[in-house]
Unconditional design. Structure first.
Lengths: 185, 101
């Protein structure tokens, strides 16, 4: 049953990603992108990373894509643009060749039987044991435990990164009226 | 579940390749940016798969940090695109060639 679900969700994710790349309208592309993110969240559920699946739906499919749709509709980039969405023929051929190269490389490297297949280990019950590494659990408690023990410094740095990003967005999107006037004159 | 690690890595690699195709192929800066997000997402999938089959929590924590950084990156990048559109009235990469002229 879970195997069928894996194939279904990975097919949905890949098809939605291809549709996002190929759809001429940016709004349709954003909708397909949401489907791709939801398919990835379903794959996270199959991998028993439930907290990350919820986070994927809330942050990526929710906040990030709403921001994208807002900017796409705010800028209205499809106004007056004809069918000149893709680049010229040489770029088309080169990017298709590059895609085929990467795809064939990935397929030949990971689809054979020559690679070791690690067995699925049992999910640990106790998230707070610490013997050489934090064991894989399905509870959100192990995230909190890891963030405040092993990953304390990255956690603090991420907080400063969010502050820096917020200040950067405010500075970038502020109108510099003095510079604008000196440009116009 | 009998699906192995390599199947998940295969899906993640194909997702990454599709994102790369989008970055190379498209002209709209916003769609290029969405393709970049797709590539980040493919890496997230690979990290979670490795974490699950390794039996440790570290990969999940990395994905946690990647999601945070990606959210900050989207906010900054979209602000830059809006500032660019205000100045040049276009987000197509063919019109943004001031450095190559």
């Amino acid at each position: 049953m879970l195997d069928i679900l894996f194939y279904v969700f990975s097919a949905i994710t890949l098809v939605a990603a291809v549709l996002m790349v190929l759809s001429p309208s940016a709004v349709n592309g954003a909708m397909c992108m949401i489907v791709a993110f939801l398919g990835t969240a379903a794959l996270f559920v199959l991998l028993e990373a439930y907290f990350l699946a919820v986070l994927q739906v809330v942050v990526y499919a929710g906040a990030v894509m709403v921001l994208f749709l807002f900017i796409i509709m705010l800028l209205d980039v499809e106004k007056g643009e004809g069918g000149n969405e893709y680049k010229d023929k040489l770029t088309l051929a080169a990017s298709a060749a590059g895609f085929l190269l990467v795809a064939v490389l990935v397929c030949s490297a990971f689809s054979g039987a020559h690679l070791p297949e690690p067995a699925l280990t049992a999910v640990s019950d106790n998230p707070t044991v610490f013997d050489g590494g934090i064991p894989f659990t399905t509870s959100a408690k192990s995230f909190g435990y890891s963030l405040f023990t092993k990953y304390m410094l990255p956690f603090q740095v991420t907080g400063f990164l969010l502050l820096a990003a917020m200040i950067g967005v405010i500075v970038v999107s502020k109108k510099h009226e003095v510079i604008e006037e000196s440009d116009n004159s | 579940m009998t699906v192995g690690l390599n199947a998940f890595i295969l899906v993640a690699g194909l997702l990454f390749a599709v994102g790369l195709l989008g970055v190379l192929l498209r002209q709209n800066t916003l769609v290029i940016y969405m393709s970049l997000e797709l590539m980040l997402n493919a890496v997230n999938l690979a990290l979670v798969a490795f974490s699950r089959y390794n039996g440790t929590m570290d990969g999940n924590l990395f994905v946690f940090f990647i999601i945070t950084v990606a959210a900050a990156e989207v906010a900054v990048g979209l602000a830059i695109i809006v500032a660019l559109f205000r100045r040049r009235q276009s987000v197509m990469v063919d019109h943004l060639n001031a450095l190559s002229r």
